[in-house]
Design a protein around this ligand. Structure first.
Ligand code: GLU
Length: 459
């Protein structure tokens, strides 16, 4: 790399923060971190009608939630600011003057146009139903890092400043990339069609254009249909992951795989590995596909890999917000319960319903499980055998419980597991859950015995 890497994420605060934006931000951030470069956040807020402070905040919050810190930009400062386009008018004005004095602009219908170089001719445009002026400009070569060389020739002059005085996206985007010293423009493929204009502008301003890397499209989850993923598709908004308590590290891992892969089919990676292995050259040209199941799988794997202290740190607010856990809950007891849940719960959003009965005697019962269990065998008989055996058990540990069930089986000539489904339901109200004996151990003898008696009384 010739000069230190400087990349930017340049969102417009005109809508919810979606996965496509997050991917663009992440790939820029990863590239900067891989090369020890600078990651800049620039807000493209020139569209006054459609900007909103809520959407702007959502950009900051989403980037922070995903752990993408920016080195220059709002809040971070930097010597190439301001970093909001709405505050950069004098800079645009100066560059407009430069283009004017170089004879590269003209005024028409109140707007300022950029003048392409090349032979001019007129042609009838069937779409506009009018004669239009066209230019035979030399083709521009876009040496795209991902797509390879792409040649395009602009054939119409384009607007730099609208009749209402507002500079256009093409103009401010190029002036900012130029003045902010951007070395690589990494952005969505939808911008490829703008890039020849941008290169023309860089050259007219006497600058060498940055390298361009256009990221592939993101297609819908096959289950959601065909075509490009839209902001309305399930899983499209970063806010949704946050509200559903996905781990930000997992979401980031998943997003990194939308068009990039570490070349060894590894799907679950920590951020250090991703940074180390991330190369623009390894990004695929073909579209990436959103895959909800893969997201769920990666989230589960990240959850399972957390040390129990960190797991509890993430889980506690989810449990207290849902009313399952009192604020004052003891940390040791919480971690005991969570170490049973961690291998089983694929998403923290499912944790409250999975673990409610550990923290309260007031939990729902699954009627279908009840019906199934009571239909077969002799539930009263089984409970009458089990309850006294558990009442006298000391110490109350999983191995001792294991022995107790074995002894009971010997005495009654039943299988060791004969009491398990009934007992599990009696103490939890459901048919599945954590490993059975450790679950009884953590619930504790008084709770188990009381709940089994209560259950017996309902039969
Ligand atoms: N504001 C543009 C967008 O959100 C940025 C384009 C670019 O990265 O150059 O699409």
């Amino acid at each position: 790399m010739d000069s230190p890497v400087r990349v930017r994420f340049a969102p417009s605060p005109t809508g919810f923060f979606h996965i496509g934006s997050a991917r663009t931000a992440l790939f820029n951030w990863l590239f900067a971190r891989h090369h020890g470069g600078t990651f800049i956040l620039r807000i493209e807020d020139t569209d006054k009608e459609r900007n909103s402070p809520e959407f702007l905040n959502l950009i900051y919050e989403s980037l922070r939630w995903l752990g993408m810190d920016w080195d220059e930009g709002p809040f971070a400062g930097g010597d190439r600011g301001p970093y909001l386009q709405s505050e950069r008018s004098p800079i645009y004005q100066a560059h407009l003057e430069q283009l004017k004095s170089a004879g590269r602009t003209y005024e028409k219908d109140g707007a300022t146009f950029f003048r392409l170089e090349g032979e001019r001719y007129t042609e009838f445009d069937t779409y506009l139903n009018a004669e239009v002026e066209k230019v035979r400009a030399a083709p521009v070569l876009i040496d795209d890092v991902i797509r390879g060389p792409v040649e395009r020739a602009e054939e119409r002059d384009f607007v730099l400043v609208r009749a209402n005085g507002e500079p256009t996206f093409h103009f401010v985007n190029v002036v900012d990339d130029l003045t902010m010293g951007i070395t690589h423009v990494i952005r969505g493929e939808d911008h490829l069609s703008n890039t020849s204009k941008h290169i023309e502008l860089f050259r007219a301003l006497g600058a060498t254009p940055p390298r361009f890397a256009h990221l592939p499209l993101i297609l819908k989850d096959p289950a959601a249909g065909k075509g490009k993923m839209s902001k309305r598709d399930k899983g499209a908004l970063i806010e949704e992951y946050r509200q559903r308590h996905f781990l930000p590290a997992a979401v980031r891992n998943f997003i990194a795989l939308l068009g990039w892969s570490p070349k060894n089919d590894q799907e679950v990676l920590d951020i250090g590995e991703i940074i180390e292995r991330f190369r623009l050259e390894d990004i695929q040209k073909s579209p990436a596909r959103f895959d909800e199941k893969k997201m769920a799988h990666i989230n589960f794997e990240h959850l399972k890999a957390l040390p129990i202290e960190s797991y509890a740190w993430c889980a506690r607010p989810v449990l207290t917000e849902s009313g399952v856990l009192p604020e004052s809950a003891d940390e040791t007891q919480l971690q005991q319960v969570l170490s049973l849940c961690q291998p089983k719960v694929d998403n923290l959003e499912n944790l409250p319903s999975f673990s409610r009965y550990f923290f309260s005697d007031d939990y729902p019962e699954d009627p279908s499980v009840r019906e199934r269990l009571l239909k077969k065998g002799e539930p009263k008989q089984l409970l009458d055998e089990l309850i006294p055996a558990l009442e006298e058990l000391e110490p109350w540990t999983a191995p001792a419980l294991d022995d107790a069930f074995a002894a009971l089986a010997g005495k009654t000539n039943r299988k060791v597991h004969a009491w398990w489904p009934l007992c599990r339901f009696g103490v939890s109200g459901v048919g599945g859950g954590p490993d059975f004996l450790p679950m009884l151990e953590v619930l504790g003898k008084p709770t188990v015995v009381t709940r089994l008696r209560r259950f017996r009384d309902t039969l």
